[in-house]
Design a protein. Structure first.
Length: 125
């Protein structure tokens, strides 16, 4: 038995609840005469999104140079089918009430009958 789902309508509802825009950057490495050069390359921009905090407390983790830093968990919703992978960075554009913010993607939830893509992220501070 085949079930007909109103996916286009559900996807349009999700899109209507995305007040922000973001871009996706992917980590790249290049070998040069001076050694390995690490960089972030923007692979998509002007993507509608919605940012939500998933916990009210932050945890601590060791960051660059072995410094302790606070990490908070966030969920970012982008339109279904958006090319985002773990290790990518999502840069949410500044608004009148919020500065530009950068998040590292820990997990991109891809599922059947997708109406939105959920990204589990940590904010880069």
């Amino acid at each position: 038995m085949t079930v007909s789902l109103p996916l286009d309508w559900l996807r349009s509802l999700q899109l209507a609840t995305m007040p922000d825009t973001c871009s996706v950057s992917r980590y790249t490495e290049s070998n040069t005469a001076d050694g390995v050069v690490a960089d972030w390359t923007t692979v998509a921009s002007d993507i509608p999104c919605r940012v939500s905090v998933t916990s009210t407390t932050a945890t601590e983790t060791t960051g660059g140079a072995e410094q302790l830093r606070a990490v908070s968990d966030w969920q970012i919703r982008v339109p279904f089918g958006t090319d985002v992978t773990p290790r990518d960075r999502v840069v949410v554009a500044a608004t009148a009430s919020s500065p530009e913010r950068t998040f590292e993607v820990r997990r991109a939830d891809i599922r059947s009958f997708e109406t939105v893509r959920d990204l589990q992220c940590s904010e880069v501070v």
